[in-house]
Ligand binder design. Structure first.
Ligand code: HEC
Length: 172
């Protein structure tokens, strides 16, 4: 009987160690997500009205804007083209200045009536976007903000012209 019950003992102990290891591994990876989510939550800084949005970790991070990498990587086909800048200036004056202001500082005549201030388009967090990312934001607008989508208003070339023009704000 001895050898057999020893075998049984070894098996049980082995199993116990095994399951401890498994649970250690599992819990080892656990803390990563909640910690990241908690850090992002309060940093949104929108006044705490909305409770906790557990499922949107990085959506509201500055500069990220949910622009897919593929879209952000698309180059402006008109880069360096003076006529594109001039066309963009006209399109901007007609479509964007009412909110973002003639000179892009976010102080257009419609700005005071909006739920949230239009971005100052000279700012670093705007200008550090790639051309493709700006094109994407302009095309799709920004969900849950007054920033409209322009893909039904301006054709593709026109949206690139606007991007060309926005780059002239960079010097400020
Ligand atoms: C009805 C007002 C309105 C109009 C018109 C408008 N925008 Fe906006 N736009 C906004 C607001 C408000 C925001 C800020 C959204 C936010 O804070 O997330 C914004 C954000 C943006 C951003 C993102 C900047 C950032 O902070 O990430 C870009 C780029 C932009 N607008 C470009 C344009 C262009 C180009 C046009 C014209 C084709 C335009 N907008 C027309 C209201 C407007």
């Amino acid at each position: 009987m001895h050898p057999q019950s020893r075998k049984k003992y070894v098996a049980i102990v082995g199993l116990a160690i095994f399951s401890i290891l498994i649970s250690a591994c599992a819990s080892g990876s656990d803390p990563v997500e909640p910690t990241a989510a908690q850090e992002v939550g309060p940093a949104g800084g929108e006044g705490g009205e909305h409770g906790e949005d557990e499922h949107e970790p990085e959506e509201h991070m500055e500069g990220a804007h949910d622009v897919p990498d593929v879209a952000a990587a698309v180059p402006n086909p008109f880069v360096g083209d003076e006529e594109s800048v001039a066309a963009g200036a006209r399109l901007y004056a007609t479509n964007c200045a009412i909110c973002h202001g003639e000179t892009g500082e976010g102080d257009g005549p419609a700005a005071p009536g909006l739920d949230m201030p239009p971005s100052d388009l000279h700012e670093g967090h705007v200008q550090e976007n790639s051309d493709g990312a700006l094109f994407y934001i302009i095309s799709h607008g920004k969900p849950d903000t007054p920033m409209p989508a322009w893909d039904n208003v301006l054709d593709e070339d026109e949206r690139w012209h606007v991007v060309s023009f926005l780059r002239t704000f960079q010097e400020d």
